[in-house]
Design a protein around this ligand. Structure first.
Ligand code: ASP
Ligand code: MG
Length: 464
């Protein structure tokens, strides 16, 4: 059994959905579980309608919803020939949109928008796309069953970023999905959405469909988790910055985790973890070019002597410098610093320390003022805004001499604000001014990938 997750651009219109059906049909023998995102832009529109309602602009909110309804009707009409099926879908969608309008009315009256309401609204995108696809697959003569993910994707009640309850999901997924798989039915379900112990709708956070796919794959011991998106796979760098970027045929889970975290937008950062636990390969594939072999992410790719595999970057970073002479020879100082970030639930990405100073990077600044105020009670604090992180990743970096030298050499004209090498030594991260990020990525890419040394590992973008 395999899990096949399709992102928003893979289901954005009838033509794309037709391609998805063809891709699924080819894997029929593997009894795929199809996990879908909302059609591209739908989640944004749904969230926008909720916010517009909260601002008291109910009519505008309803217009947004009507537009979205029409878009779905266009997709199904261009995709499904059977008139009766289309009519039934339209009737069911009318009901869902009536519920959405009612939610928006409530929000507009109260002028209040909770994460719980946001989840109720955002979840509809995935419900709609998956209903259309399930019917379309069926109308092409394949046996398919639509399953509401909220019946098995059990989470806690942290709306908008709910935490999956893995044991419960394992149980429910086996109970609900396994009989369908055994019967050879193609299951079509939703990514991103789940429900808490009371059955109230939750979501796993933006981009969470990848995570759903890997949770389902792990729960059912899938042979493979396929993430179908609109890029060829994991690349050596963002091709918009470094036009010579190459695709990686295979990378390790550890490399993928570093890259997902540091801005390579291909995978949701949490995707890897459930797959790693069960050692299930995750394959990133392009639904716009299904013949392309994509990138396989596995626990132990064949050894190579290539130290650097990819260069990721992230912008909009803030560096917080904390300095105090009291830190000299003292203990507990780091704890007091981190407890402030902890209190304001602000994740810290990179840390580097000297005897009397600590520099940290954060990428959300919502509570920065409060953090600065509290840190200032026991230390001197300075802030550097508009910074970027460059992250150089590769499993073999730790066993290859001279990589740091090559990195610094490529960046000798760039002012490095912070340098950190993770304890795992499979990445080196550098903080530089945001405006220099593109140039730095280009220089590093030139340094490490000017001539592609190993065609078993790398492949031109767009190649087979
Ligand atoms: N539709 C959701 C979003 O746009 C989840 C996903 O596509 O992964 O965030
Ligand atoms: Mg996505």
């Amino acid at each position: 059994m395999i899990v096949m997750k399709f992102g928003g651009t893979s289901v954005e219109d009838a033509k794309s959905m037709r391609t998805v059906i063809e891709i699924v049909r080819k894997e029929k023998a593997q009894t795929p579980i199809v996990v879908l995102s909302a059609i591209s832009g739908a989640t944004n529109t749904l969230l926008k309608s909720a916010k517009t309602a909260q601002e008291g602009k109910l009519e505008e909110a309803i217009l947004l919803l009507n537009g979205l309804f029409d878009r779905h009707v266009t997709v199904m009409e261009n995709l499904i020939d059977n008139r009766q099926t289309v009519q039934q879908l339209i009737a069911s969608f009318k009901q869902r949109f009536e519920e959405l309008r009612n939610l928006c009315r409530g929000i507009a009256i109260l002028g209040e928008l909770t994460n719980r309401s946001l989840d109720a609204i955002a979840s509809v995108g995935e419900l709609l796309s998956s209903q259309i696809l399930a019917e379309a697959i069926r109308s092409q003569g394949l046996s398919a069953q639509w399953v509401d993910a909220r019946t098995f994707m059990k989470t806690d009640s942290q709306f908008a970023s709910a935490v999956p309850q893995f044991e419960l999901i394992d149980c429910k997924a086996k109970e609900i999905l396994s009989p369908l798989i055994a019967a050879g039915t193609v299951i079509v379900t939703q990514g991103f959405i789940g429900s808490n112990d009371k059955g109230t709708t939750t979501t796993l956070g933006r981009g969470g469909s990848d995570y759903s796919a890997s949770i389902i794959g792990a729960a059912l011991d899938a042979d493979e988790i396929q993430i179908w998106t609109d890029v060829d796979g994991v690349l050596t760098a963002d091709p918009r910055i470094a036009p010579g970027a190459q695709k990686l045929r295979m990378i390790s889970f550890r490399e993928a985790a570093e890259l997902a975290y540091f801005g390579a937008k291909v995978l949701h950062p949490s995707t890897i973890f459930p797959a790693v636990k069960k050692d299930i390969p995750v394959v990133v594939l392009n639904s716009k070019r299904p013949e392309n072999s994509g990138t396989r992410i596995v626990s132990h790719p064949p050894k190579t002597n290539i130290p650097v595999k990819s260069i990721a970057c992230k912008r909009g970073i803030t560096v917080v410098n904390v300095q105090s002479l009291r830190m000299l020879m003292a203990y507990g100082f780091l704890e007091s610093i981190f407890s402030v970030f902890n209190k304001y639930q602000t994740p810290v990405d990179l840390v580097s320390t000297s005897e009397v100073a600590v520099s940290l990077t954060i990428d959300t600044t919502v509570t920065l003022d409060k953090i600065i105020a509290e840190l200032s009670e026991f230390a001197e604090v300075s802030i550097l805004e508009h910074q970027g992180i460059i992250c150089v990743v590769g499993d073999q970096m730790r066993s290859t001499a001279g990589v740091a030298d090559q990195i610094f050499n490529a960046l000798k004209e760039v002012n490095l604000v912070m340098i950190t090498q993770g304890a795992s030594e499979i990445n080196m991260s550098l903080v530089i001014d945001e405006t220099q990020v593109d140039e730095a990525v280009r220089r590093l890419h030139k340094q490490f990938f000017e001539s592609i040394p190993d065609t078993d590992l790398f492949e031109p973008v767009g190649g087979k």
